[in-house]
Ligand binder design. Structure first.
Ligand code: AMP
Length: 409
């Protein structure tokens, strides 16, 4: 994807509206538990500030229902960003309206303003398909986007984690800023380069490791990766839908009965490329103190399969060891509850070893990124994506309309 980047514009004394993805996890006291998404936006932010731009930042946080909610306020983000930049980051109490308008007018060159959570307005998340069918929704979305677009001379998209959405700030705002520079930031550029080159020119063997709860979420990506990869390894709860497809008993494991036929089809398409676990760690309940056992094949009737077993860990690690490119999305088991984290931690270690041996290792964000963090191996991967959903859709080959409206290089 050949898009104009922040490198190509002179931001001096220009009002720059930058969409970031500051959707960071918060604990019960509203303290940020992982600031990676803020850190990842810093190179673009610094470039704009050091270039003398007047920076207006916008983002969403969480899933508020179209109105203000304290727990989704960007106050903690403004504070953390201020600490990282070592400069004051004022927060406008709303992202549009008189207050936001006045504050955005007052931003001086080399300074920045953060707008309050975009999703405090229902207009932000109106899908374009809905807006096309409903004139009132179209008007609401456009009016909201217009208020944001009017604030600036330059539009920057550095919100990779939201690039798969056609939210007003991602899609309608740049549409409305046609004729003004519309560029991507360094984070989006880096994410597209890593994911893109893995898909188009991977070092081989090229291996995908896919896990997580539901096979229904991953069918698209399995279909897209099977022709491109040399091996596709399947773990997580979704392995049990594949077990069911082979007539292997799954006990009380999480199975999606409506997707057993799809699993059968994927096994036929994948043939030898598709590697399923041979054994599982099983227990009667998901609890740290639960008694666990390893079983080969069938899961006993009163048990749940909660992790891949030791033989599968060995087989998967061998494949990873010999790979030159590895993409991982989705944990191998219930990694949040030890001992069901063993499979996921072992795969994280195998990935780290592969990186050390010269392989390119890419983590597709979300839970896999959290697991790598839990393993203390984050700095031993080639690239950890900031967008779980976005990287998955990118790997599936779905077009990102939010990037289509960015100027071509
Ligand atoms: P996803 O969002 O689809 O990537 O799924 C991540 C979730 O899948 C995590 O919360 C894991 O605890 C869960 N998970 C992984 N393996 C299993 C399993 N065998 N049984 C139940 N949940 C699982």
């Amino acid at each position: 994807m050949n898009k104009k980047t922040i490198e190509s514009v002179d931001v001096k004394d220009q009002r720059v509206l930058m969409r970031a993805d500051f959707n960071v996890p918060l604990d019960d006291n509203l303290a940020i538990t992982d600031d990676r998404r803020i850190q990842s936006a810093l190179p673009t932010i610094r470039k704009i500030l050091e270039g003398g731009g007047k920076l207006i930042l916008m983002s969403h946080l969480g899933r508020p229902k179209g109105k203000p909610e304290d727990k989704y306020s960007l106050v903690p983000v403004a504070k953390r960003l201020g600490e990282l930049l070592e400069q004051n980051v004022p927060l406008a109490s709303d992202c549009v309206g008189d207050v936001a308008g006045a504050l955005s007018e007052g931003v001086k060159s080399g300074e920045c303003l953060l707008l309050q959570n975009l999703r405090f307005h229902a207009a932000e998340t109106i899908k374009d398909k809905e807006a096309k069918q409903d004139a009132e929704k179209r008007a609401i979305k456009d009016e909201f986007a217009c208020s944001l677009a009017d604030m600036a001379d330059i539009y920057v998209n550095d919100a990779f984690g939201t690039c798969h959405r056609d939210n007003a700030s991602m899609f309608t705002v740049p549409q409305m800023m046609k004729g003004k520079p519309r560029v991507i930031g360094y984070l989006v550029k880096k994410e597209l380069e890593f994911l893109g080159s893995a898909l188009t020119d991977p070092g081989r063997p090229f291996v995908a490791v896919l896990g997580g709860a539901k096979v229904s979420d991953k069918i698209g990506v399995i279909d897209a990766l099977l022709p491109k990869c040399d091996r596709v390894l399947i773990g997580g709860a979704m392995m049990y839908t594949f077990f069911a497809a082979q007539g292997i008993k799954t006990g009380k494991s999480l199975v999606e009965p409506n997707f057993v036929d799809e699993a059968k089809r994927l096994m036929e398409v994948g043939g030898e490329k598709l590697l399923l676990p041979s054994d599982s760690a099983v227990a009667a309940k998901i609890a740290a103190e639960a008694e666990t056992q390893t079983v080969e094949g069938s899961v006993p009737e009163d048990m749940m399969g909660l992790d891949i077993g030791p033989a599968s860990i060995g087989a998967f690690s061998d494949v990873i060891k010999n790979a030159k490119t590895i993409i991982w999305n989705g944990p191998m088991g219930v990694f949040e509850t030890p001992p069901f984290d063993r499979g996921t931690m072992a795969i994280a270690q195998a990935m780290a070893n592969a990186t050390a041996n010269g392989a390119t290792t890419i983590i597709g964000g979300g839970d896999s990124a959290a697991a790598i963090d839990q393993a203390g191996l984050s700095d031993r991967m080639t690239h950890i994506s900031t967008g779980g959903g976005a990287s998955l859709e990118y790997l599936e080959g779905k077009p990102f309309v939010a990037l289509e409206v960015i100027d071509d290089a």
